[in-house]
Design a protein around this ligand. Structure first.
Ligand code: RP5
Length: 162
């Protein structure tokens, strides 16, 4: 088992059904990752420690998901130099708009790369692309993945036209 290079964290284990898609995407590219619950509101000290130590522990990026008053991605971004990808998790009310706006509206100087509501798969793919910028093998696999997407979409068009 290689050491994890991506951290997947979330505010609660109730976020896992959404966040699992990030893990699956990383699995497809054989990117080693770790998973944990690090709640900004219920575990603030642990959350700060996670962000402060992440780079020294060898992580290259953090995927952070949270719902409602979703402060986890932004707060992590404020204490780590690593890229943080935020995943808005939709809860029972407000259709995830609360989560989305809480994550995306960051002040200048503290970036969070926010994916769509429940867009954890894209968070996993974006983290893979970040790693692939310095990894020729991974970049070539990403190109293959993109070719497959293209072929699938082309096939759908062919079926409709037939
Ligand atoms: C947020 O509160 C979590 O990220 C989760 O989306 C939401 C609800 O958490 P639970 O009450 O299900 O633990 O901080």
């Amino acid at each position: 088992m290689s050491a994890p290079v991506i951290g997947i964290v979330m505010g609660s284990d109730s976020d896992w059904p959404v966040m699992e898609e990030a893990a699956k995407a990383l699995d497809e590219f054989e990117v080693p990752y770790e998973v944990d619950v690090v709640s900004a509101h219920r575990m603030p000290r642990e959350m700060v420690a996670y962000g402060e130590n992440a780079a020294d522990r060898g992580l290259k990026a953090i995927i952070a998901g949270a719902g409602g008053a979703a402060h986890l991605p932004g707060m992590l971004a404020s204490v780590t130099p690593l890229p943080v990808i935020g995943v808005p998790v939709p809860l029972k009310y407000l259709d995830g708009m609360d989560s989305l706006l809480s994550i995306v509206q960051m002040p200048a100087g503290v970036p969070v790369a926010t994916v769509s509501v429940a867009g954890a798969r894209n968070a996993g793919l974006l983290a893979t692309r970040i790693l692939a910028a310095h990894d020729a093998g991974l970049q070539s696999r990403m190109r293959e993945f993109q070719s497959e997407l293209n072929a699938q979409a082309t096939e759908k068009g062919k079926r409709l036209r037939a």
